[in-house]
Each structure stands twice: as structure tokens, then as C-alpha cells.
Ligand binder design. Sequence first.
Ligand SMILES: [Zn+2]
Ligand SMILES: [Zn+2]
Length: 371
Amino acid sequence: MKWNILALFTVLLTVVTCEIDYYGVLGVSKQASEKEIKSAYRNLSKKYHPDKNPGNEEAHQKFIEIGEAYEVLSDDEKRGVYDRYGADGLKNGGQGGRGGGGGGGFDPFGDFFGFGRHQQQQQRNQKPRGSDTEVAVDVSLKDFYLGETFQFTVEMQNLCGTCSGTGSKDNKTHTCSTCNGSGVRIVKRQLAPGMFQQIQTTCDQCHGKGKTIQHKCSTCNGQGVVRGKRQYDIFVEPGTSRDHVHVLSGESNHSPDHVSGDLKILVRESGKESYGYRRRGDNLYRTEALTLKEAVAGGWRRELMFFDDENITLSRPSGKSVMSGEIEVIKGKGMPRPDHHAEEFGDLVIDYVVVMPGGVSNKAKYLRDEL
Ligand SMILES: [Zn+2]
Ligand SMILES: [Zn+2]
């Protein structure tokens, strides 16, 4: 048991500390081009070739190192992993287990590098999605009934037109030299002699963007984005349900760093131009007050304004009484049904309330407040 822990510890030490500076081995800079790397490799491998150094163990070791360094730095993908995570990154299965051999299958940074690869993939293949934005428009009941196109203006974040979102005056961006464009840095912290912890942090040089600019665009102060007004037309179909959400896909804040989310427009009912009607689903409701005399004796007539300009007539002949709380249903005078199944319109429900002499009864007041 004890021995196992010791073995584990030794492997850990090996993995963490056994790092070769491949650029140093080839004597090139971190920014070296493919050509420079190739030519450095050619010169050095000639110089240290075993044929030219028979019996020289040091030269032989050097020759192997040069080959290793070239193998990594001449391959874009391997070089990328090495730049970000060092030689450990390559050893710990950066290539799906290739080259990992000999480590006894123990992978102290498995999760760590898994995370790293995931991030890297996200940066390379797809930008993260930005958040959605919600705005509300207030629509009168009349407009819900008739349908209407609304023009509205909203202030959102837009890509800067001057620099096309680069934030750079000359439209040029440069790969950040601190993080080599990854936007993250690996910081090593010593836990104990010979034992290090690696922590991934956002690159402070480029603030995680992976790119730097030399001259800031003066319009957006180098941000690449500016706030500005946008105008949209939305059509509210006749009979659109209350609190319907209209989605303008990809119209949320724009940014060079993310894929835009959606702009969601909540269609609320404003309470204006309701003409005394109240909506519940496809039906309209209305409370109509009658005097005691009207209720008892009949012989009255009311013209109610309606949304489509055809007034609604309520009436009772003389001698026809109405009870308080009586309901009258007028077919087809409710809200339009946008999906047109069954009837095209809902119904209008009239609720009669008899007003006692001396004022509105408490019950009537209550009913009115509800509407
Ligand atoms: Zn700009
Ligand atoms: Zn950076």
C-alpha cells in the first residue's frame, strides 16, 4: 500500500517536472516560422548525427531531443497543444492516447486537460452564444383584435461599423504573444519542492481574447462594439394571445466574441382602447349596468362601440325584465382565432348588473373592478 502511494508520487513528479523546452532545443524563438524550424532542425540533426559523433552519448541524446522537438513543432496541432500546456499536454493524451505510453495509465491532469481541450475546441469551432434580450411592447385590446404592425426602437449593442468589430484602427489584429492566441495562460504554482500545481487563468495581456490591437479604433475605443438604436417592425396578428413572445432570432446584442442570442418581444395588453371589454381566451366579457326601472320594466336600448366599427346593440322590449347577474351571450363577437379552427371568433358575454337607487351596489362595484 505504502509502496503504491510512493509509486504514484513518483509518477506525478515525473509528469510534472519532466519538461523540455522544444524551442530551446532547436534554438528558435516561440514565434519561429515553419521554415525556420525546418532549417534549424536540418542543421542541428546534421551536427549531432550519430554517424558524425561515434560513441558520444551526449550527442546521441541531443540528437533524440532534436528529433522530438521537430516532431512537435513541425505539426501545427501538436505545436498548439505544446504552446498552451507544455510537453505535459502532449504526454497526457492530447492525441487520444498516442504517445502517452509508459506512464502506467495514471493521468493526474486528465480532467484538467480534458477541460482545456474542451475550451480550446469551443474557441476554435464555435463562439459561445450570447444572452437573449427581452423587451415588451404594450398593445391595446383593439389592436389585439384587429391586428397591427408595430414599429419599435430598441437600444442594443452593435458591431462597430468603423472597425468592423475588430476594435482596431487599421482593422488589423495580432495574435497575443503572451498566450499565443489561446486567451488563457497556465500558471505553475509550487506546492512542494519539485511538485507543481497548474492553474488556468485568463490571459491578462489580451483579456482572454487571444488577440491584441496596436491602435484602438476611436469610434468604439477599441471595444469593437457600440450601443445604438435599432428599429424593428413586428406584426401582431389579429387574436394574438396576451403575453405572446415574438422572437427575433439572433437580434440580441451583437459582439465579435459571441453568437448573438435572440431578441424576445413580449406583447402585453396595455389596457387602453378596451372599450369596456375584457378578454379571457377567445371570449370577451363586459358588465352592463341597468337601472332598477330598466331591469324591471324593460323598454331600453344600448349601442356599444366595438372594435370593428360595427356597434353592438343590446335591448329589451317593454315589459321584458332582466335579473341582476343575468348573462347574455352574443355569438361571434369575441376575439378572432388566429388558427381558425371551429368558429373564427369567440363570443361576447354580457353580464347584467342592476344598480339600486342611491348608487352603485357593493356587488356591482366589485364586479366593475374585476373588469
Ligand atoms: Zn471600432
Ligand atoms: Zn493573451
